[in-house]
Design a protein around this ligand. Structure first.
Ligand code: NAD
Ligand code: UFG
Length: 341
């Protein structure tokens, strides 16, 4: 029996595929390569070489909105469960292109669920986000808090969570994990897979590593007047390999159960932007030029997880510290200054 991984050549998907293969699972990836490169597959094979027979991983270049392609994948393989990463994820872009975001993320999920139902596959782990906690909840954020969003991207996550709740109510043979990620950074220790943003990075860590490698002159620190220890925004950064392992634990948890659970995947620790800069400098010995600028619209002061539910239900907690995250992000950037190009 295999795990179908949608969006499996992407940043978090590729790290999760490595962990699944290392655990002895058969894996099928479906990805339309809209935000990833086929080269990722070679890198995954390289990392897992020696331990993994080639026939344990297959790849379909297909769009999850394409019903017939998904039917073909399900009919050609013996699929037991799905980890659903495929989606568009840029907050700013979602404000400019809402229809594209709703179409891709919502319709894509609906088509996937239709085909899963047709093939009687009822186990799914979904990539949600801490963005569903909105602007007003106070950290540490627990899973029962009321949800709200401020942009179309976040709304797609909240709506898909609702759709999955409704699916479960309609047929409680389903088993569903809604994983709310905090801020994934870092890369596999080999430095062969990592985050490869297109154009100017929106997120803090890829921006820092591009300054470090000389691709950008200086980091803009968005806001130094927040009500935080040093005035800059505080987030819960989590190593992508820890996050990947959380998916394996979630798969195990939903196996042989009929449940739906929303679970935070974060460390439970908040780090400020200036704190991140100094951790990066300490871990790598490289000085990061930065300037303090205006707040970025839509940002909140502080966002970190209450991570106790994941420990209790999944027996999972993050193992890597901030130094590991900085070192591994830098190792990836240094070895791949132009990403997968
Ligand atoms: P990513 O863009 O690297 O990976 C997503 C993958 O999905 C890409 O390879 C892309 O080509 C593919 N894809 C998109 N639409 C598709 C479609 N219609 N059909 C087939 N493939 C499609 O993103 P990521 O950082 O790995 O994020 C994975 C998931 O986690 C996303 O759903 C994202 O919203 C969610 N998430 C990410 C973060 C983060 O900070 N990276 C935080 C919270 C949640
Ligand atoms: N920041 C800077 N300069 C930059 C980039 C970011 O100062 O160039 C600051 C931000 O203002 C924020 C912190 O660094 O205080 C982290 O910003 P990111 O953009 O890395 O992450 P966010 O928390 O804003 O957003 C991330 C994901 C979203 C997701 C959100 C909530 O990118 O998709 O977490 O989980 F919705």
């Amino acid at each position: 029996m295999a795990v179908l991984v949608t969006g499996g050549t992407g940043y978090i998907g590729s790290h999760t595929v490595v962990e699944l293969l290392n655990e002895g699972k058969d894996v099928i990836i479906v990805d339309n390569l809209s935000n990833s490169k086929e080269m990722v597959l070679l890198r995954i094979a390289e990392i897992t070489k020696g331990e993994i027979a080639e026939d344990r991983l297959s790849f379909y270049e297909a769009d999850i909105l394409d019903y017939e392609s998904l039917e073909k994948i399900f009919s050609e393989n013996s699929i037991d469960s799905v980890i659903h990463f495929a989606g568009l994820k840029a907050v700013g872009e979602s404000v400019a292109k809402p229809v594209e975001y709703y179409m891709n993320n919502i319709t894509g999920t609906l088509v996937l669920l239709e085909v899963m139902k047709e093939f009687n596959v009822k186990k799914i782990v979904f990539s949600s986000s801490a963005t569903v906690y909105g602007l007003h909840n106070v950290s540490p954020l627990t899973e029962e808090l009321p949800l709200s969003t401020t942009n179309p991207y976040g709304s797609t996550k909240m709506m898909i969570e609702q759709i999955l709740q409704d699916v479960y109510v309609s047929d409680n043979e389903w088993s569903i994990a809604l994983l709310r990620y905090f801020n994934p950074i870092g890369a596999h220790k080999s430095g062969r897979i990592g985050e490869d943003p297109t154009g100017t990075p929106n997120n803090l860590m890829p921006y820092i590593t591009q300054v470090a490698v000389g691709k950008r002159e200086m980091l803009n620190v968005f806001g130094a007047d927040y009500n935080t220890e040093d005035g800059t925004g505080v987030r819960d950064y989590i190593h992508v390999v820890d996050l990947a392992k959380g998916h394996l634990k979630a798969l195990q948890y939903i196996d042989n159960k009929n449940i739906i659970e929303a679970i935070n995947l974060g460390t439970g620790n908040g780090i400020s932007v200036l704190g991140m800069i100094s951790n990066f400098e300490k871990a790598t010995g490289i000085k990061i030029q930065y300037q303090l600028v205006e707040r970025r619209p839509g940002d909140i002061a502080t966002c970190f997880a209450d991570a106790t539910k994941a420990l209790k239900l999944l027996d999972w907690k993050a193992k890597y510290n901030i130094e590991d995250m900085c070192r591994d992000s830098w190792n990836w950037q240094q070895n791949n200054p132009d990403g997968y190009q």
